[in-house]
Design a protein around this ligand. Structure first.
Ligand code: TNX
Length: 526
């Protein structure tokens, strides 16, 4: 694989050299921009690339072909691909069940491609995409997009040609869990804003969307048995704006949209701390029976559910029951971070009960890694957000079977400022420019982890300072693609010099998509 890559690089350099010798600078640049992008110059880096043979050219007569055996899901993915390609190419790109040539999507019995892997073969007469499951076809479509010129992402007709270099990509993910989190509590984001983010995540093969649905500043999901959580607890946000919440229909719409892009929603109700919005909504949840006012600041660690009170668990049962019924995904995230106002013995007792409630409704427990200081149940997943990588409790829990999702705050937190001049964001975990954000390995960041304990990675985006989609995008891009690559690509492909030049090529694509990204000086943008 490495060899193929190097050969491709060498070939490309030779071609450029030849072009440079035979023409003026201007025509060289034009020719270079029309030449197909070398196979493999995508993010995340594919597992295996074998360039060779003629390129495929999408033309006005190209069809997208899905055979009957590939089924309705394959046809839907073909429709999604056509929706991407039609406006910019101006071609009809009909989706057909039969015929030969064109762009073919097919499912095969080859289980080696796994739940999400695919093979993409490109040659003179066809592009053939093969996967074992529909998710693999969908990820292959993202690869295909990135192999085409960035202008393919525009929504108006653009000049071609639309070529894909010849050869074969065979690609499967390193980790099953590749997530992004959006904090919709500190500032509320509408379903349309969440969907916009989902589309951006899908381009980089992210497959989990963690929604931080409750915190001190706002409760964002309608719960029928405790209606004031949303109607009162969702009424404000950081800075005192009007906040908001998702109706059950809104939430279902987000879940459906995410599923259509092969992302599983992981809902989080943060407990026992980070609960002021709930405590403000129901006086009975407070140990002293007095509801505090709504909170619009940014302090943490001052609120706690009342651990000794029975009503706390009736509340938890109702919330988890309703949320589980709305959520087809396997996880319920119960938070557990920064419970500074909950005595440790209470914290442990509370987490025992909360985990049992999640199990009762058939879901898998996720919690921030402070859960490892309590008694994680069998099968629980702890989300690591530390910075040192020396937390003994986390290692001990991993040795006992707790699996980890890695979100080290000084690498993967998308809300950290890039540098001292970044206007948005926080800096408690340091300044994290694009190179630093890419400089880590999930399997070794924490010293002494048993192999196989890391389930994957997640890039959380906390929203204390973010109010618009432009803000979200500015912090997520371009760091999110790097975390996505760390989650997808084999460790052997990890290379900052190679990554930064592939990332630079994403600049025109992000621009064509209208994504507001930070033009970090550490990336040689095109
Ligand atoms: C820590 S990370 C928090 C959040 C803040 C975030 C800001 C974690 C589990 N808790 O409450 O929003 O830092 O970066």
């Amino acid at each position: 694989m490495r060899q193929h890559r190097t050969m491709a690089g060498l070939l490309g350099a030779l071609l450029l050299l030849a072009a440079g010798l035979s023409s003026t600078g201007a025509t060289t640049a034009a020719a270079a921009s029309r030449a197909p992008r070398p196979l493999g110059r995508i993010v995340p880096a594919p597992a295996s690339v074998a360039p060779g043979g003629s390129p495929y050219t999408i033309t006005s007569t190209t069809a997208i072909r899905v055979d009957a055996a590939t089924g309705a899901e394959g046809r839907r993915i073909a429709g999604y691909l056509a929706d991407v390609l039609r406006p910019s190419t101006g071609y009809a790109l009909p989706v057909r069940a039969d015929g030969s040539g064109g762009i073919r999507l097919r499912l095969s019995g080859d289980a080696r491609l796994g739940e999400e892997g695919y093979r993409l073969e490109s040659g003179r007469s066809a592009i053939t995409v093969t996967a074992h499951r529909p998710a693999g076809l969908f990820h292959a479509v993202q690869t295909l997009r990135q192999l085409l010129p960035a202008s393919v992402e525009r929504r108006t007709r653009q000049p071609g040609p639309w070529q894909v270099a010849g050869g074969t990509i065979t690609d499967t993910p390193r980790y099953a869990y590749r997530g992004a989190m959006l904090d919709v509590s500190r500032h509320f984001f509408t379903p349309a804003q969440v969907e916009r983010y989902i589309d951006q995540l899908a381009l980089y093969k992210v497959n989990r969307l963690h929604l931080h649905l409750s915190d001190d500043q706002g409760w964002r999901i309608a719960i029928d048995s405790w209606p004031r959580l949303a109607t009162y607890g969702g009424r404000t946000q950081v800075g005192g704006g009007k906040g908001g919440y998702y109706t059950k229909a809104d939430y279902r719409r987000i879940v459906r949209y995410a599923a259509s892009r092969y992302l599983e929603v992981v809902p989080e109700i943060d407990t026992p701390g980070h609960t002021n919005a709930a405590l403000a909504s129901y006086a009975s949840l407070n140990c002293d029976g007095v509801a505090p006012p709504l909170y619009t600041g940014t302090d943490v660690g001052f609120s706690s559910l009342c651990v000794p009170k029975e009503v706390t668990y009736a509340f938890l049962d109702d919330v988890v029951r309703e949320l589980s019924a709305l959520t087809p995904g396997r996880y319920i995230h119960i938070g557990g971070d920064e419970a500074h106002s909950t005595p440790h013995t209470d914290y442990v007792a509370f987490m025992d009960k909360a985990q049992a409630v999640v199990a009762k409704y058939g879901k898998t427990v996720m919690g921030w890694h402070q859960l490892t200081g309590a008694r994680p149940v069998a099968g629980a997943v702890a989300q690591y957000w530390g910075t040192a990588g020396d937390e003994a409790e986390v290692v001990a829990a991993a040795k006992a079977g707790t699996r980890l999702v890695m979100s080290p705050a000084n690498r993967a937190y998308l809300d950290m400022k890039y540098d001292a001049t970044t206007k948005l964001g926080l800096d408690w975990a340091g300044l994290v420019d694009v190179d630093r954000s890419y400089a880590w390995d999930p399997s070794t960041f924490i010293k002494g982890l048993p192999s196989g304990s890391v389930l994957g990675v997640e890039a959380p985006l906390w929203s204390e300072t973010l109010t618009t989609s432009a803000d979200v995008e500015y912090m997520a891009f371009p760091r999110l693609p790097g975390i996505a690559e760390i989650g997808w690509s084999p460790a052997s492909t990890h290379s900052w010099p190679d990554y930064r030049s592939r990332l630079a090529e994403q600049g025109p694509r992000l621009a064509a998509l209208g994504v507001n990204f930070y033009r970090s000086p550490v990336v040689p943008w095109e």
